[in-house]
Design a protein around this ligand. Structure first.
Ligand code: ADP
Ligand code: MG
Length: 318
């Protein structure tokens, strides 16, 4: 058994690959629904990459395909050089996965559960490894509790420990911070950052601030299609011809009238009397003020959102 494992390890070392994850022209159709539409991207080793998109964009679907939980309809995916369809067992050895609704056994004790997962992966020296994982994810104080008794933040730590117990090279985290309170959120982000120093991480989120806070690279997905793929820094700085404004009026306004303002490309209601405007250039702001005067409206606030990632995200996904 030990020899066999050594053999597998040395085989793995012979396997050469440039990309941790390589996705080529992947389409996924559920019945009539096209959840992914010709998606291609690659993730280099050692990066923390954000997979950002609104609900229903196809993030979880992509992650389930990468982790061999469901097959794609067409296209190819490989992880550390192993194809998900041809070599799912090898892929699973390279990957740790924290699913969206982290399905933990609530009646199990933390240690017992991690020991059980370690058994599934046939890990040597399980006891020591479980102890090590408890240290890495900061579960020390809670280690003797039942999972059901833990807060959501600590359950996520158990989820991360379970995902990493076999020391995979790549971690796939599906919305790892959703549902956490602000303190837990910051703690889990910090944990992900520190894990990211050693591993390749792909994490999904529908929150722009999340990728700004932790990801070197961001892939934006909308309605099953990749709409941006760049360093987070570059996306933030992306030169825009259009400018997005948030404008608050003192009264309700007819959207048709707003669309009629010269230089306005797009209008979208944010809430009540607050509107998003996409405008051609800065000068168009004057037209909005003049329009307000003509309509006997008061502009309570006008805010330009050019250089934030949020702007880019809104433009690409609305
Ligand atoms: P996200 O994780 O970005 O919110 P999902 O990958 O969960 O998006 O879903 C993408 C689209 O595929 C959605 O429109 C969703 O309703 C649909 N979908 C997801 N899973 C299934 C399924 N098992 N059967 C049918 N449609 C599905
Ligand atoms: Mg999802």
């Amino acid at each position: 058994m030990e020899n066999e494992e050594k053999l597998q390890t040395s085989n793995f070392k012979l396997q050469t690959f440039n990309m941790s994850i390589e996705v080529k022209n992947v389409t996924k159709i559920y019945g009539e629904q096209k959840a992914l539409d010709d998606v291609s991207f690659s993730i280099e080793p050692g990066h923390i990459v954000g997979f950002l998109g609104p609900n229903g964009a196809g993030k979880s679907t992509m992650m389930k395909i990468i982790t061999c939980f469901i097959p794609q309809t067409s296209g190819s995916v490989s992880v550390c050089g192993y194809n998900v369809i041809e070599s799912p067992i090898d892929v699973k050895k390279q990957i740790g996965y924290l699913p969206e609704h982290n399905p933990l056994y609530l009646d199990m004790y933390v240690k017992e559960y991690l020991d059980f997962v370690g058994g599934v992966y046939k890990i040597n020296n399980r006891k020591a490894r479980v102890k090590e994982m408890i240290d890495i994810v900061g579960l020390g104080v809670e280690q003797n509790k039942k999972i059901g008794a833990l807060s959501k933040g600590y359950r996520q730590r158990v989820g991360l420990a379970q995902a990493m117990i076999h020391d995979p090279k790549v971690l796939i985290l599906d919305e790892p911070t959703t549902g956490l309170d602000p303190n837990q959120l910051e703690e889990i982000r910090e944990l992900i950052r520190s894990i990211g120093k050693e591993k390749t991480i792909m994490l999904s989120t529908h929150i722009m601030q999340e990728v700004e806070a932790i990801c070197d690279k961001t892939i934006i997905v909308n309605q099953g299609k990749i709409v941006a793929d760049d360093k987070t820094q570059n996306l933030r700085k992306q030169k825009n011809d259009e400018i997005i404004l948030t404008v608050e009026f003192d009264k309700d306004v007819d959207v048709k009238k707003l669309k009629g303002i010269n230089g306005v490309i797009l209008v979208k209601n944010k809430q009540n009397k607050v509107w998003f405007f996409a405008i051609k250039n800065d000068g168009v702001r004057n037209n909005i003020f003049q329009f307000a005067v003509q309509q006997d409206l008061v502009v309570l606030t006008i805010q330009k959102e050019t250089e934030s990632l949020e702007t880019v995200f809104k433009k690409l996904t609305t």
